[in-house]
Structures are given as structure tokens and as C-alpha cells.
Write a protein that binds this ligand. Structure first.
Ligand code: LLP
Length: 443
């Protein structure tokens, strides 16, 4: 009966997706739309550079992720660092998300977005301060993912002062290599993250001896933008071995936090269909987890990029075009301060014109910042561009605005959330006055 109901609801979901839920960014009549709004309309109204997100895409991706794990008790703790806009956090909280945070600042974001979800917050990070720990203890978060012995002692001290108990997981470093950019791989011994898995048992014993600490879980995170599911399975396998030992040592491991890290395709010529990828990821993790039988803990996951990256884009305006020797340049009004990923990781984001024309020139798309590393894309094929035309940098919903800065004293972009035919500003454009205020107030 249940299967039949699910089959019927799947058919409904498909029909719903086809007719009611348009893809996030798509051409209609040679114009690029976000859901039902043409991007040039948004650019004219709100100015550029402009981050545009599809609420429907975020909701769909979260639901696909969540549903893939329906076979095991779990909570999806969206990783706030990927895109921490308050309206996006609120949208995800409404869908039942918990949150993975790495600072007191992110904790405050969750509180503002939806304070009821504070009880579904996990706190990771190698350098939590006493103030941040106290803030999180007072907020009554779900789990502290402790990354060192020093942090364990400090947490015990803070919890003691507040006479409150902290649920503790050690973030173990499973020493699993993950095929990704070296800056975002985290699960090897040479990285600063976590405690070596083979020394964890001793630390768990110390944690259990503290009056105000409660051993509650094991956590790990092996890196980001990982598109092969096998490293996740190996890491979870190592964690389950540890859970067996810890259980034998007398600890009650209620949570296994598998971290985030599932990647997306930034290249439309090599698509990675999300439902299939998530489903094999879920399969890889849950099949290992099931081996724990009755000892199986509640699963926590911390996806960031896979939920929001393809749901967002950066719209920018061409300021000038020029040719230096054999090279063409389109100089646009978005720069490395607005989207750092190409400069920092050599990341490739597809760039597509908002008004579709035949692509005929090979060009670099660069920003106004005074660094040669300030490019959004190199050697891309685009239509002959004129100043005033709009370009759209795709898959910029994760680690786009979150990594934006004021470098070159450039105010940060505005952000707009689209749902169907409605658009709403979710962060207004910073003004120059605001950018300068912390200093001008000191003159
Ligand atoms: N949990 C922990 C403990 C993390 O360190 C991270 C990401 C996540 C979860 C979320 O990972 P995701 O599902 O988004 O891959 N700025 C880089 C990515 C840095 C990732 C840092 N940690 C980029 O733009 O590619």
C-alpha cells in the first residue's frame, strides 16, 4: 500500500515538476530566466552585480536529499557557510533542516532565521573560542563536533561555568583521500581538521570523565566537491568501526555526523543528475550504517554546495570589451571580490549571455579589480558582446556571496530570491557609506 502510494506520489511529483516547477535557469525565447522571471528584468530593476537564487530549486534539492535518506533516521544539517543568507536559512528551516555552523556569527544567523532550529545545530570548526562555545551552550545546540583535546577541555570548563551539559562528538580524521581541489580536501592526517581516528578512544574516555560533557557522537567530514561516492563509504566504514569500539568501551553513540562534501557538475557537457548522485551517495552511506544493527546511530549530514550551488547565479553587466594582441577581454562589473572561486581555486563556472545569440568569440571574462587573478572565466566562447549586455555566471549559489569581500573598496552585491513569478530582495546592495562606516566613524 505504502509503495503504491509512493509510486502515485512520484508520478504527481514528476508532473508537478514538469508543469509547475520550472528549472532554475533556462532560456525561453532566447532570454535567460530564473523560474518565471527574465534575468534582464531583474538586472535592470536591482542593478548588477546581482546574485539571483531560485527558491524552488533550493526546496527541490533539499527534498531530494532528504528523501534519499528516508530509510534511516536522519537530520540534514545544511552547512551555513555555503550560503548564509538569512532568507535562505529560513526557507531551509521551514523544510525541516537543521544547521551546521562554524562560528558564533553563523549561530546568530540561525537564531535570526528560525530560533526553534537551534536545537538542530551542530557546531564544527578547529578554532572555536570560549565566547563562541558559551554562546552555543546557552543556545542549547544539538552537538559540539570537537576537534582537539584543548577544545574538549575548554568546552568542559565553559559548560561547567554555565552548569549545563554539552553533547560531544569528536571529529575524527579518517585519513581518506578525496579527489578534489587540495584546498578543500580535509580528511587526511596532513590536514588541520579533526583528531586522528586511531587516537580517538583515549579522548572519548577523557570526555566521558567530565561532569558537564556527554559523549554523544562521532563526526567526520572528508572534503568538498567530491563527486565519487566511494570515499564517503570508506570514511563511514572507518567511523562505524570506531563506533563498535566505543560502544564496547561503554559509550552511548547516538549520532554519526557524516559531514558534507557531495559535489555538483560545473560543466553542463558532463551533467551529474542530482537525484541519481544523491541516491548512490545515500546507498553507499546507509548500507555501511545498517551493519551496525541495533547500535545504529541517528545520521546527521551537512551538505552545503549540493543544495544551493546550482540554485544560484551571478548576473553581471559588460562594461567594456577590448583586445590585447590575440586576446579578447570582456570587462564586467563583477569581480573576484564578488565571486572568488575562479581566482582562489581555478574553479570554472559556466558563463552564458542573458540574451542568447550565436557564440562566435573566444574571450576572457574579467572584473575591474587590479589583479591578473581577477577573472571569472578564461577562454570562453560567447556572442560578440557590447557594453551594457548582461552575462550570467552559473552555479554560483554556494561559496559565492558567502566568500564575497570589499576588496578594492567595492560594496558587495545585492541578492534576490525568485519563486515562480515573484522576486524578493533578500539582501540589499551595500552602500559605499556602509562599507566605509567602520573606518569613517573613527576619523
Ligand atoms: N561540514 C564541514 C565540517 C565543512 O567543513 C564543510 C565545508 C561542509 C560541511 C559543507 O561542505 P559542502 O557540502 O558544501 O561541500 N569554499 C570552497 C568550499 C569550502 C568547503 C569548506 N567546508 C569552494 O568554494 O569550493
Amino acid at each position: 500500500m505504502r509503495t503504491r502510494r509512493r509510486a502515485v506520489s512520484n508520478v504527481f511529483a514528476k508532473i508537478h515538476n514538469m508543469f509547475v516547477r520550472p528549472p532554475a535557469f533556462e532560456y525561453k525565447d532566447r532570454k535567460l530566466y530564473c523560474e518565471r522571471i527574465p534575468l534582464d528584468q531583474l538586472a535592470e530593476k536591482y542593478g548588477t552585480p546581482l546574485y539571483v537564487y531560485s527558491a524552488t530549486a533550493i526546496q527541490d534539492r533539499f527534498s531530494i536529499f532528504d528523501t534519499a535518506f528516508e530509510g534511516v533516521p536522519h537530520t540534514i544539517c545544511y552547512s551555513v557557510k555555503a550560503n548564509s543568507n538569512l532568507s535562505i536559512l529560513r526557507l531551509l528551516a521551514k523544510l525541516g533542516a537543521g544547521f551546521d555552523i562554524v562560528s558564533g556569527g553563523e549561530l546568530e544567523r540561525v537564531r535570526l532565521a528560525d530560533k526553534k532550529t537551534l536545537s538542530k545545530v551542530v557546531f564544527s570548526g578547529v578554532g572555536k573560542t570560549a565566547d563562541e562555545l558559551a554562546l552555543a551552550l546557552r543556545a542549547g545546540i544539538l552537538l559540539f563536533n570537537v576537534e582537539s583535546e584543548g577544545e574538549l577541555e575548554l568546552l568542559a570548563e565553559c559548560a561547567g561555568k554555565l552548569r549545563t551539559t554539552a553533547n560531544v562528538a569528536l571529529r575524527v580524521n579518517p585519513d581518506v583521500p578525496a579527489e578534489t581541489h587540495p584546498y578543500i580536501s580535509t580528511g587526511l592526517h596532513e590536514h588541520k581538521f579533526g583528531v586522528p581516528i586511531d587516537t580517538a578512544r583515549g579522548l572519548y574516555r577523557r570526555a566521558a570523565a567530565h561532569k558537564y560533557l556527554k559523549v554523544a557522537g562521532v563526526s567526520l567530514h572528508i572534503g568538498s566537491q567530491i563527486t565519487d561516492v566511494s570515499p564517503f563509504a570508506i570514511a563511514i566504514e572507518r567511523a562505524t568501526e570506531l563506533i563498535r569500539q566505543l560502544t564496547a568501551d561503554g559509550h552511548k553513540i547516538r549520532f554519526l555526523d557524516g559531514g558534507g562534501g557531495l559535489g555538483i557538475s560545473y560543466n553542463s557537457a558532463q551533467p551529474l543528475p542530482f537525484p541519481e548522485l544523491v541516491s548512490s551517495y545515500a546507498q553507499a552511506i546507509t548500507s555501511v550504517l545498517q551493519q551496525l544493527g541495533k547500535q545504529r546511530p541517528h545520521l546527521l549530514l551537512e551538505p552545503g554546495r549540493s543544495i544551493v550551488a546550482p540554485a544560484g547565479a551571478l548576473v553581471t553587466r559588460v562594461l567594456y570589451t577590448k583586445r590585447n594582441g590575440a586576446k579578447n577581454f570582456a570587462i564586467v562589473d563583477a569581480a573576484m571580490n564578488d565571486l572568488l572561486r575562479p581566482a582562489l581555486y581555478g574553479a570554472r563556472h559556466e558563463i552564458t549571455p542573458v540574451a542568447l545569440e550565436e557564440a562566435i568569440i573566444q574571450t576572457d571574462v574579467v572584473g575591474p579589480v587590479c589583479e591578473s587573478g581577477d577573472f571569472l572565466a578564461r577562454d570562453v566562447t560567447l556572442p560578440a558582446l557590447g557594453s551594457g549586455e548582461y552575462l550570467c555566471v552559473l552555479d554560483a549559489g554556494a561559496y559565492g556571496m558567502a566568500l564575497a569581500s570589499n576588496y578594492n573598496t567595492r560594496p558587495r552585491p545585492a541578492e534576490v530570491l525568485v519563486e515562480g513569478a515573484r522576486a524578493r530582495v533578500i539582501r540589499r546592495r551595500e552602500t559605499l557609506k556602509e562599507t566605509l562606516h567602520p573606518e569613517s566613524a573613527c576619523l
